[in-house]
Design a protein around this ligand. Sequence first.
Ligand SMILES: Cc1cc2nc3c(=O)[nH]c(=O)nc-3n(C[C@H](O)[C@H](O)[C@H](O)COP(=O)(O)OP(=O)(O)OC[C@H]3O[C@@H](n4cnc5c(N)ncnc54)[C@H](O)[C@@H]3O)c2cc1C
Ligand SMILES: NC(=O)c1ccc[n+]([C@@H]2O[C@H](COP(=O)([O-])OP(=O)(O)OC[C@H]3O[C@@H](n4cnc5c(N)ncnc54)[C@H](OP(=O)(O)O)[C@@H]3O)[C@@H](O)[C@H]2O)c1
Length: 452
Amino acid sequence: MTFRVAIIGGGPAGIYAADLLTKSEADVSVDLLERLPVPYGLVRYGVAPDHPRIKEIVKALQRVLGHPDVRFLGNVEFGVDVKIEDLREFYDAVVVATGAMADRPLGVPGEDLPGSFGAADFVSWYDAHPDVPRTWPLEARHVAVVGAGNVALDVARVLAKTADEMLATDIPANVYDGLRAKQATDVHVFARRGPAYVKFSPLELRELAHSPNVDVVVHPEGFEVDGASMEHIAKNKQAKMVLDTLANWVGREPTGKPHRIHLHFLEQPVSILGSDGVTGLRTERTRLVGDGSVAGTGELTDWDVQAVYRAVGYRSTALPGLPFDHAAAVVPNAGGRVLDLDGVAIPGTYVTGWIKRGPVGLIGHTKSDAAETVAHLVAETSHTATAREPEAVDRYLAERGVEVATFAHWERLDQHEIALGAAQDRPRIKVVDRDEMLQQGRALPHGHPTAV
Ligand SMILES: Cc1cc2nc3c(=O)[nH]c(=O)nc-3n(C[C@H](O)[C@H](O)[C@H](O)COP(=O)(O)OP(=O)(O)OC[C@H]3O[C@@H](n4cnc5c(N)ncnc54)[C@H](O)[C@@H]3O)c2cc1C
Ligand SMILES: NC(=O)c1ccc[n+]([C@@H]2O[C@H](COP(=O)([O-])OP(=O)(O)OC[C@H]3O[C@@H](n4cnc5c(N)ncnc54)[C@H](OP(=O)(O)O)[C@@H]3O)[C@@H](O)[C@H]2O)c1
């Protein structure tokens, strides 16, 4: 009997889980339910537009969606269009792979002022997510970015580069126009710990210096490397490469390019200043305490910035009818088996990706994650298959007026976006509007002059 699995979330974690299920010994059929009309999650709506090589991974993901035992059911939101009880009726097992979309709070006064932005929201804007406003205020000349991870680097780079540098990418017209109006000259990135402990990847850091319009300025104040830092880099090759690059740049004078990215270390934000809008950022100098962590020194600095971007991590959100660990912001689990409030595994319910282990790690990590989850799922659940009709969920959604965007829809929209790009000698131009996405994905009516 065919074992039917619903995966909630069409990002890389969900797609890798689908792939592994089709490769398992079980006779399986998989439905991937995705709230957006398109697949790929943060690969499409997180990875920066000027990182086209990373986005190439969608070619492998697309092959999984084309597998005969996998159906993509886009434009279907779990918790709105279907409930967990419905999925239990239609499927033998459920895998939650809803990732993370929100910003983790910074937790300082002034965080909610106009001009204080979550990195996740800004990323969604420049990556043309359909569910966010089409415009973004970019009047600030001096900007702060809080956090020292790769998202902070993405945000700082997009704020500092010119719109024309971004024009070779897949950004739509509203994003290009927004970036053209951008006034930022100086982007200040603040790391609360020392340079050995930043979470940048070596390649992403070095890339900052590739723009012909951006000087990278590493400020010597706070550039401290103690014994613990040396021990840390001795055990961590990536951290050593990052520190070497930063050490090479420290104190180097800007060369006169029109925009600058400043990197500051040992500066912890304590408040965002302003009454009607951001007028500054107050930071406290920290000191290394010898174990990788830092302590405040009481020395405060007010930075003259008109916008603050908080890039201190993403956060997953709770899903209706499923347990959630609010402190860790994950679905509680043991190796991917979802646990109830008493810590007991809920039969047939699994989790994978960022919502399983938190919002850290690269696309590739979601593959090993899925391997662990799917191994448990197949071993524990695949023999429990009961007769279920694949069409039952289709009827259920149709009765509720949900327009399902299938893989064929995505293939048509994909071709449309590629054609929009080709007309401007670009690889693709993204469609932003949800209705337009759905419309471009619909098959042309039979007999239409351009129908194939
Ligand atoms: C800004 C940014 C840039 C990044 N750049 C890189 C990079 O360059 N290289 C790299 O290797 N990694 C990068 N990463 C990390 C990478 O994106 C993640 O490791 C990966 O996307 C996590 O996969 P996931 O499937 O768990 O979550 P996601 O990619 O978030 O996918 C989750 C999916 O679930 C869907 N969903 C959510 N809720 C529901 C619901 N209720 N019903 C139905 N569907 C739902 C979402 O729409 C989404 O499509 C980046 C991350 C960020 C935040
Ligand atoms: N090109 C790429 O490969 C790429 C691009 C984007 C994202 N990603 C990946 O996606 C994942 C998420 O990236 P991310 O940048 O969101 O997270 P991240 O790597 O965890 O970095 C978060 C940063 O925020 C800092 N931070 C957290 N709380 C803070 C606070 N209260 N005050 C000041 N600073 C604070 C952290 O400092 P501490 O270390 O001191 O906690 C850290 O420097 C990462 O694995 C990343 O590598 C990859």
